[in-house]
Design a protein around this ligand. Structure first.
Ligand code: UDX
Length: 441
């Protein structure tokens, strides 16, 4: 089948490549000509395992092409996926739908005369409940036969390809049987492999995405709140998380305590959801999300405070090494990165900060120009009074604590992600502290 993908950011670039990979003819569309040129040359504009090879394969096969022309998109296919960003509006935290609206308006003006009947616009962007209906009304003015569906994605950065090709569920919010049939046909090979297809109305589909991300964020903040209680009681958060997660009704995943969540989705989505609920007069139903958000950002300050105590109460003239800048490992994304927020606050409190990350240094430098960066972890640690382990890249587990002890000024480390071998670090002479593990310090 033929389809277009409008917006070639994270979701769009991955969706376009994966749809071509499963045999469709795909046209990726974006207003950013530079991005389109890179993608057309098989170069992903961000770090995502496997995406470069898939782009080269699908572009090389001719099944995936790119354009900046909405007129060409309208002529190319009758099915259009909208994957543009929905950033957070300053102040209210509500989702900014400008890009979604301009994508749909831009497409709509070319639908009449495109040669396609029964055009389907399927949204993938995370949007406030009610957006699909609003867009359908908007489309009616220029393209009365076009239909709107909502088909949220649940992909995680770093696992985006496997999440797209082997999703745990496909959610299709539709207004007509025709739209459902179209989406079933597009995903036929995934459905044949046993992926569940949940067909529903558009409001439910829009809400599924926000509810899922809210639940994930709540799990993380819950365990971090428990870490705060552990600190006050002498209990141990890792054992607590393991024991709580062993209950199959709760489950162990998304119970990793530490610095909390960041990235382009969870923080923004819970704020946008809370803002939308207030618009709907149902703010009280999700007030807990404000608390989830507050617990999450509080972990950053707690980590800074812990480090400050370790260096004797003041960062002035202290050297601080930061391991990790990306919001999570296997990503070069620094959007709302807890690690960089901590690094910046430590710098603001007077320390000399040097940050290392295996993939995200360029993005980190652009976002935080006042920070200093090092190209290898040992270099970042030179003359440090404290090392902060803030993003759990697997390579940090391979660091040799004995060797690092010889380059720092004081062998002290905060393991804010709980993935280092505490026994080995302490055996090598380090003072190791971790939030929620008061007996370590
Ligand atoms: C998330 C959702 O998982 C995905 O379904 C949705 O489509 C987009 O948002 P992503 O932002 O890529 O995906 O990252 P994810 O792997 O979910 O991690 C989010 C954040 O939570 C990271 O900062 C991570 O470090 C943190 N996290 C995750 C924890 O602090 N503890 C955990 O137990 C799990």
């Amino acid at each position: 089948m033929r389809l277009t993908v409008i917006g070639t950011g994270y979701v769009g670039a991955v969706h376009a490549a994966c749809m071509a990979e499963i045999g469709h003819e795909v046209l990726g569309v974006d207003i950013d000509a530079e991005r389109i040129a890179a993608l057309a040359a098989g170069r992903p504009p961000f770090f995502e395992p496997g995406l470069g090879a898939m782009l080269k394969r699908t572009v090389g096969s001719g099944r995936l092409r790119f354009t900046t022309s909405m007129a060409e998109a309208a002529r190319f296919a009758a099915t259009h996926f909208v994957c543009v960003g929905t950033p957070q509006r300053p102040g209210s935290g509500a989702a900014d739908l400008r890009h979604v609206e301009s994508a749909v308006d831009g497409l709509a003006s070319h639908i009449p005369g495109s040669g396609h009947a029964s055009v389907l616009v399927a949204g993938k962007s995370t949007v406030p409940v009610g957006t699909a209906d609003r867009l359908a009304r908007r489309l009616r003015a220029t393209a009365p036969d076009a239909d709107v569906a909502w088909n949220p994605e649940f992909l995680r950065e770093g696992r985006a390809i496997q999440d797209t090709l082997r999703p745990e569920r496909i959610v299709a919010g539709v207004r007509t049987a025709h739209a459902e049939a179209r989406l079933r046909e597009l995903y036929a090979s995934l459905l044949a492999a046993g992926m569940p297809f949940i067909a529903t109305d558009t409001a439910t589909a829009e809400l599924v995405k926000l509810a899922s991300n809210s639940f994930l964020a709540t799990k993380i903040s819950f365990i971090n709140a428990m870490a705060e209680i552990c600190d006050a009681t002498g209990a141990d958060i890792l054992t607590l998380a393991e024991a709580v997660g062993a209950d199959s009704r709760i489950g162990p995943r998304f119970l990793a305590p530490g610095l909390g969540f960041g990235g382009s989705c969870l923080p923004k989505d819970i704020r946008a959801f809370a803002a939308r609920a207030e618009e709907l007069g149902r703010g009280e139903s999700v007030t807990f999300l404000r608390e989830v958000d507050a617990i999450n950002t509080r972990q950053r300050r707690r980590t800074v405070d812990l480090a400050e105590r370790l260096v004797g109460g003041s960062f002035t003239d202290r050297g601080v090494a930061v391991l990790g800048a990306a919001f999570k490992p296997r990503s070069d994304d620094v959007r709302d990165s807890p690690a960089l927020a901590v690094a910046e606050e430590v710098r603001r409190r007077g320390a000399q900060v040097r940050v290392h990350d295996p993939e995200a240094i360029d993005n980190a430098r652009a976002a935080y120009p006042a920070l200093q960066f090092a190209l290898d972890a040992a270099k970042a640690c030179e003359q440090a009074d404290v090392v902060l382990h803030l993003t759990e890249w697997p390579q940090y587990r391979e660091l040799d604590p004995a060797a690092l002890a010889t380059v720092v000024r004081t062998p002290a480390i905060v393991d804010a992600r709980h993935t280092l071998d505490t026994v080995a670090w302490r055996a090598a002479g380090w003072t190791l502290c971790a939030p929620g593990r008061p007996r370590l310090g």
